[in-house]
Design a protein around this ligand. Structure first.
Ligand SMILES: CCCCC/C=C\CCCC/C=C/C(=O)SCCNC(=O)CCNC(=O)[C@H](O)C(C)(C)COP(=O)(O)OP(=O)(O)OC[C@H]1O[C@@H](n2cnc3c(N)ncnc32)[C@H](O)[C@@H]1OP(=O)(O)O
Length: 300
């Protein structure tokens, strides 16, 4: 219900008309020093909204690795929807409050040893995150300040533009097959729209994690910058995006994403059933357990 903003809100012109920002350069207020900042946070998401520029910085704050638990997923969607409804907000920079990790992807413990009801609720929340972020009317920029596997990469791919810290230790990609699980069709569709069919097929089959130069080369990220320039670059980039007439940009975004969004909306319950059946299998539970054990052993 909460998602699909792009499709179901006829709000582009309304948002444009009600905007308090300079239509040619929405960031002009910020550069003139009239800063009005609002901070709000849930437990696991920190938000700083600069009303002068119309830009919110949204930081994932779930230490140690920003794994996407049911709680975080729920807070994430509430936050995006709140910003979407806020007339002073027109763009979001998504980043991490944790050093070195953008997000470790879905919280694997949510997919291990739980009831079918829990798996269904968890998967519905994952779907909701995708629908809310991929379908957002706002300009969304991923400021990827750390490693970003699986659903971490998915979140970044949902954004309109990806800036990544150029650190040789950081990697990004959809690594699901490495865990013995399968990225669902809407993860695949999101990547295909960015990388194309052949590269996505290879990437998904291998569960490939890319270094930052590799990610730039294939177009998985749009820009690499030194670590200390990620935020300032994101702020500059979002100003350019916000300078485009909002209704035209939003309708274009909707046109590009509508088909993918409709596909999940139309198959949502079947997708949940698939997940619940798949993840509950003994063989899959075993694979996830082995993967978690390996993660823990790396530290010893
Ligand atoms: C046919 C139809 C199919 C339908 C659908 C079927 C299947 C569904 C597919 C579901 C799609 C899944 C998407 C996902 O996102 S799965 C998650 C994938 N994530 C990963 O593989 C990342 C794993 N983590 C790491 O590689 C590393 O932790 C790191 C992110 C690189 C950070 O490394 P480091 O800084 O060295 O930290 P630690 O490894 O020491 O980790 C700290 C503690 O955090 C725990 N941890 C890490 N990642 C996760 C996670 N994703 N979930 C839960 N917990 C995690 C780790 O175990 C450490 O815990 P400890 O302190 O208690 O030991």
């Amino acid at each position: 219900m909460a998602a699909l903003t792009l499709l179901r809100r006829g709000s582009a012109p309304a948002r444009l008309l009600s905007g308090t920002l300079n239509a040619r350069n929405p960031c002009i207020g910020a550069t003139q020093g009239c800063h009005l900042r609002r901070h709000f946070s849930n437990n696991k998401i920190l938000v700083e909204l600069d009303e002068a520029s119309g830009v919110a910085i949204m930081k994932l704050n779930n230490p140690p690795v920003n794994s996407l638990s049911l709680e975080l997923l729920t807070e994430f969607c509430i936050t995006i929807e709140k910003l979407e409804m806020d007339r002073s907000c027109r763009g979001v920079i998504l980043t991490s409050a944790a050093p070195k990790i953008f997000s470790a992807g879905l919280d694997i413990t949510e997919m291990c040893g739980k009831s079918a009801e829990h798996y269904a609720a968890f998967w519905r929340a994952v779907q909701e995150l995708w629908l809310t972020l991929y379908g957002s009317n706002m300009v969304t920029i991923a400021a990827i300040n750390g490693t970003s596997p699986a659903a971490g990469c998915l979140m970044a791919m949902c954004c309109d533009f990806r800036i990544m810290a150029d650190n040789p230790k950081y990697t990004i990609g959809l690594n699901e097959t490495q865990l013995g699980i399968v990225a669902p069709f809407w993860f695949k569709d999101t990547m295909t729209n960015i990388l194309g069919h052949r590269l996505t097929e290879q990437s998904l089959q291998l569960g490939q994690m890319y270094t930052t130069p590799e990610a730039l080369k294939i177009g998985l990220v749009d820009q690499l910058v030194p670590e200390d320039k990620v935020q300032s670059t994101a702020a500059a980039v979002i100003c350019n995006w916000l300078a485009v007439p909002a209704h035209a940009r939003q309708i274009t975004k909707s046109m590009m994403r509508k088909q993918n969004i409709e596909r999940l909306v139309n198959h949502r319950e079947a997708d949940i059933d698939n997940f619940v059946n798949f993840i509950g299998k003994d063989s899959i539970q075993k694979s996830l357990q082995v993967y978690m054990d390996r993660l823990k052993q790396r530290k010893q």
